[in-house]
Design a protein. Structure first.
Length: 260
């Protein structure tokens, strides 16, 4: 079977903003899906959900965006009806539980990174992508499987930089993986970069999961409870069922990697 890691981010890579508590962290979340399963199950179920609640049409598909959903902006303004919102939330949570996927999240504390590594300035996004790719390849190797990686487009020049960075990871390997490990596990040294507007189900699922996953990582790191809101309910599903984990159930260092 061939897998794909769909990547979405929370926060921004600007190290200059690390002193601001609202911009202190950068989080990259990858959702691992088997490609045949995406075609046969994930895409049809997401499309059915969108048709049911937002009248999505094949010619003009509704694209799921967490921020617009939370703010009930068109085409999600139907969620201003409390009863409909409750029904949608119930169906979305059911989908999150029932779909077969694995989540890996890397979170960088930019402030701590600056304080600890005064002379080292690795691009934060590329650093997180490096760690995420490494964990993904480890996951593939444990299953004797192969796969590739797709990230949401961030714009022309930035996309080119990301692709170059990903190719270097594949060619050079990592601290824990030799280059031949990367080459045998990854079917392509080319990072696939696509806009969510392309109605790519894996990227939409990653978009819905990325922020709750960041909050789950933050709660785990700080020893605090999960948020008491809808995102916290998604985070609970991830912690109970979806994160990559060690055989004894340990998530930290496996499904959640805190940096530095």
């Amino acid at each position: 079977m061939k897998y794909r890691l769909y990547v979405d981010e929370v926060g921004n890579p600007d190290m200059g903003a690390s002193q601001d508590p609202n911009h202190r962290y950068l989080s990259l979340t990858g959702v691992i899906l088997e490609l045949g399963y995406v075609d046969q199950v994930v895409h049809p179920r997401l499309e059915a959900l969108k048709r049911s609640f937002f009248r999505s049409h094949v010619d003009e598909p509704v694209i799921l965006h967490r921020k617009e959903l939370v703010n009930r902006k068109p085409p999600f303004d139907a969620l201003r009806d409390a009863a409909l919102e409750t029904e949608f939330n119930t169906e979305l949570l059911r989908l999150m539980r029932e779909l077969d996927y694995t989540v890996i999240t890397a979170v960088l504390d930019k402030l701590e990174h600056q304080q600890r590594y005064t002379a080292w300035r690795y691009d934060p996004y590329h650093y997180c992508l490096h760690v995420l790719t490494e964990r993904y390849v480890m996951w593939l190797r444990r299953r004797n499987s192969t796969g590739d990686v797709m990230a949401e487009s961030r714009g022309g020049k930035e996309d080119l930089r990301l692709k170059a960075s990903f190719e270097r990871i594949c060619l050079d390997g990592t601290q824990y993986l030799a280059p031949d490990h990367m080459i045998t596990a990854l079917t392509s040294r080319q990072l696939k970069v696509k806009p969510k507007a392309g109605n790519i189900s894996g990227l939409q699922l990653a978009d819905l999961i990325a922020h709750p996953s960041f909050k789950a990582a933050l709660a785990l790191q700080s020893g605090q409870p999960l948020p008491d809101n809808f995102g916290g309910r998604i985070a609970r599903i991830l912690l109970d069922y979806k994160y990559d984990r060690r055989a004894d159930g340990t998530v930290s260092g496996w499904g959640i990697k805190w940096l530095p």
